[in-house]
Design a protein around this ligand. Structure first.
Ligand code: SAM
Length: 275
């Protein structure tokens, strides 16, 4: 085993530079090599902290395999290595897990300096249930991958946290409204820890009806689906309509809704006949 402390994952601010912890700062100061998504962005963070130049290795979705090799070589040579992403926790909708796995497979240590992450920050601000929740990150952008994931999200009974880019926010909330029904409660958190931080709370349908241009960074926090026994006829009808609109026959739409909700086939079929 080398003398290196191994790899340290460092959470960095998601907007407010005051959120970098003392331990985070020390880990960056102590690092001989920093794996980062963007050298300009991480260079600016070091400059802000008054930390001198460090050797960087770029770790993004295209370079992470090579970056992982460099990180493992450095650790085996006894050097200290820190891994950061552009903002928030590395590995949370950001590069990182590939490097972590490579370091673990090499039998080296991994530690973490936790920092802000938009997902947890939005969850705790949402006012929705935080006892059981799940993270979906970014939805697939199109095709059956997107519709399948939307159906999974619609049926999820835990609070669900999603990330979205501003220019896709309205379409994603509209798609959620048609798969989950317009009455599902949602919180949309914007620009967390920054000057224009705000959290909008209401239903999916109310959000769709808003007239404004999304700007900045957004997290969607969606209340979980009610348990199957509590599903109203209206909610089942919305699900049936979504399935029918996607091109399914009545029989297949009924089968899909039954499989997704656990509601009896007779009840769903009778509803389908009344649509
Ligand atoms: N690693 C980051 C984390 O720990 O949250 C997430 C990186 S991901 C590439 C970027 C997405 O995170 C944005 O599109 C947005 O959905 C969310 N996000 C990041 N910073 C945010 C902020 N200050 N306010 C709201 N959402 C934010």
């Amino acid at each position: 085993m080398s003398e290196s402390p191994g790899l340290v994952l460092v959470g960095t601010p998601i907007g407010n530079l005051g959120d970098l912890s003392e331990r985070g700062r020390a880990a960056l100061e102590d690092a001989d090599l920093i794996a980062c998504e963007d050298t300009r962005r991480s260079g600016a963070l070091l400059a802000h902290l008054g930390i001198g130049r460090r050797e960087f290795v770029v770790c993004n979705e295209h370079t992470q395999a090579r970056a992982a090799e460099r990180v493992v070589e450095a650790i085996e040579a006894g050097r200290s290595v820190a891994l950061v992403s552009d903002a928030g926790m590395p590995s949370v909708s950001d590069p990182g897990e590939h490097v972590v796995r490579a370091v673990l497979e090499a039998g080296q240590a991994v530690t973490v300096v936790p920092g802000p992450t938009a997902a947890v920050s939005a969850l705790v601000l949402s006012g929705l249930s935080s006892g059981r929740w799940c993270f979906e990150g970014f939805l697939p952008r199109k095709g059956s991958a997107r519709s399948t994931r939307l159906a999974e999200v619609a049926n999820e009974t835990r609070t669900t946290v999603l990330y979205e880019a501003p220019h896709r926010l309205d379409r994603t909330v509209a798609d959620l409204a048609s798969t989950c029904g317009p009455d599902r409660p949602v919180a949309v958190a914007r620009e967390l820890t920054k000057k224009f931080e705000e959290v909008w709370r209401g239903t999916l349908g109310e959000f769709v009806a808003l007239d404004r241009e999304p700007r900045g960074e957004y997290v969607i926090v969606l209340e979980g689906a009610p348990p199957a026994a509590d599903l109203s006829d209206e909610e089942l009808a919305t699900r049936l309509s979504t399935e029918l609109q996607s091109g399914k026959t009545r029989r297949d739409a009924v089968a899909a809704v039954v499989a997704a909700t656990g509601v009896s086939k007779k009840r769903v079929y009778d509803l389908a006949l009344s649509l």
